[in-house]
Ligand binder design. Structure first.
Ligand SMILES: NC(=O)c1ccc[n+]([C@@H]2O[C@H](COP(=O)([O-])OP(=O)(O)OC[C@H]3O[C@@H](n4cnc5c(N)ncnc54)[C@H](O)[C@@H]3O)[C@@H](O)[C@H]2O)c1
Length: 449
């Protein structure tokens, strides 16, 4: 049941789920000490006072703690989902009911509802936005360019009702935006290249405190978690094909190997392919790996990595899943066309496709990010760093309002160092410091052999 108040302050599945959601939000909070520290400071200093903010993120327990932090800093928050299948309904209900955040997100929402929720976030007339995949910013860019034929009907209907100057005003009032993931940053860089980016964007994904940990260890662990929850598969002895050896792929390959799988990596980048080979993985083109794999995991951020020619040669019983941002990495329409029958949910989160020759292929999580579709997404401890970085990036964005050009920016290293120091402190890890002599040596050129 969808619940929407008269004032349309939220659209969540069911408020009866809120108590479980609150429990999970507070459980995650225990493992997010850096974010908690920032939240305490934000509550005292209110660096976001008077700021209207719209965030389009996976609605998870960890995201809830980020929302609490931004709200503690004074931001008037609206949150919508960044993927139709990643919302945790209990968390959404608790955020709205217990923490007063306007949430628009229902797990399993159709495309029209997904975009209605994007509209709800845009209608907040934000001064700052935060994206995971750039759906909010791209809607705003299309609106600002008057390209209403290129947006979803829900966005078109909303924008068409506004006089053109008001549409531009909405975009003009945005001081900046934060982007959480690789695919979003790729899209934003393409907007910058095409000179259509209307405000500055901070590539939070590109901070080392984000991708080195979240993409690698977070996606690595939670992708395997999602696969196991959906299938109960024993990975030991299986051939696991990982497409993409970027930050996420490295983590997934590492963890699959740790469970005893024989991992094959597919890449298009020669350096990353070499890295995978020297990290001890087999490296093959997908055309060959497709015949061998028991389990396929795509994490490229690219489209149609697994397609008809690969489905044609896969083994009976092969399992296919994706942990890249969008559900385009597995060509599901082509698979559906090839299948003589399809059965949804032969196991929870698993769909069976039976091909004309009788082979059965299994798709997990409808080809959407398997770690969020079939599990709880990244562990809180790693999201602590990503979302501490997000919170400080938001503060940085407001501190520099009007000073940053309309391009994709990286965060100053001082912010990354602060997040790392706080995380080390929270983990009880001490490190060495450079002596005066060492600093002099490292910054000089005179001393040699
Ligand atoms: N599941 C999650 O929770 C989660 C978390 C972080 C990022 N992501 C998403 O995962 C995807 C990958 O992110 P990343 O940070 O690892 O990116 P990345 O750019 O570091 O790595 C992607 C890799 O895929 C390779 N690739 C591209 N096309 C390919 C093809 N046709 N065949 C084989 N390899 C190909 C690239 O060469 C690159 O090495 C993105 O969509 C990102 O947004 C998901």
């Amino acid at each position: 049941m969808s619940v929407a108040t008269q004032a349309k302050k939220y659209d969540v599945k069911d408020f009866k789920l809120a108590s479980e959601g609150k429990r999970r939000i507070l459980w995650a909070d225990r493992d997010m000490p850096v974010l908690a520290k920032i939240r305490e400071r934000f509550a005292r200093e209110k660096p976001l006072a008077g700021v209207r903010m719209s965030a389009c993120l996976h609605v998870t327990a960890e995201t809830a703690n980020l929302m609490r932090t931004l709200a503690a800093g004074g931001a008037d928050m609206v949150l919508c989902a960044s993927n139709p299948l990643s919302t945790q309904d209990d968390v959404a209900a608790s955020l709205a009911q217990d923490f007063g955040i306007a949430v628009f997100a229902i797990r399993g929402e159709d495309n029209a509802t997904y975009y209605q929720h994007i509209v709800d976030a845009l209608d907040h007339r934000p001064h700052v936005t935060m994206d995971d995949g750039a759906d909010l910013v791209s809607a705003l860019v299309f609106v600002s360019l008057g390209r209403l034929d290129d947006v979803h009907a829900k966005v078109r209907e909303w924008a068409a009702k506004l006089p053109a100057p008001e549409r531009l005003e909405i975009v003009k009032n945005i001081a900046g935006s934060m982007e959480e993931t690789t695919t979003g940053v790729n899209r934003l860089r393409a907007m910058e290249r095409d000179k259509v980016l209307p405000f500055p964007v901070i590539a939070v994904n590109d901070a080392q405190t984000k991708h080195l940990f979240d993409n690698r260890y977070g996606t690595g662990q939670s992708t395997i978690d999602g696969i196991i929850r959906a299938t109960d598969l024993l990975l030991a002895g299986k051939v696991v094909v990982v497409a993409g050896y970027g930050w996420c792929g490295k983590g997934v390959a590492l963890r699959a190997r740790g469970l005893g799988a024989n991992v094959v990596v597919c890449e298009v980048d020669p350096i990353r392919a070499l890295e995978a080979a020297m990290d001890g993985f087999a490296v093959q083109p997908m055309a060959e790996a497709a015949k061998r794999g028991d389990l396929f995991i795509t994490v490229t951020g690219n489209a149609h990595i697994l397609r008809q020619e690969h489905f044609s040669v896969m083994k009976d019983g092969a399992m296919l899943c994706n942990s890249g941002h969008f559900d385009v990495e597995i060509d599901l329409p082509a698979l559906a066309k090839m299948a003589k029958s399809t059965t949804k949910n032969v196991n929870q989160h698993v769909d069976e496709y039976i091909l004309a020759d009788g082979r059965r292929l299994y798709v997990l999580g409808e080809g959407r990010l398997v770690n969020l579709a079939a599990a709880h997404g990244h562990p809180a401890s790693v999201m602590d760093m990503s979302f501490a970085t997000q919170a400080l990036a938001t503060e940085f964005c407001m501190q520099n309002k009007g000073q940053l050009s309309s391009i994709v920016h990286t965060l100053p290293s001082s912010i990354e160092n602060l997040v790392s120091q706080l995380k080390l402190e929270a983990m009880g890890i001490k490190i060495d410091v450079l002596s005066q002599e060492q600093m002099k040596y490292m910054s000089g050129w005179e001393q040699g052999t």
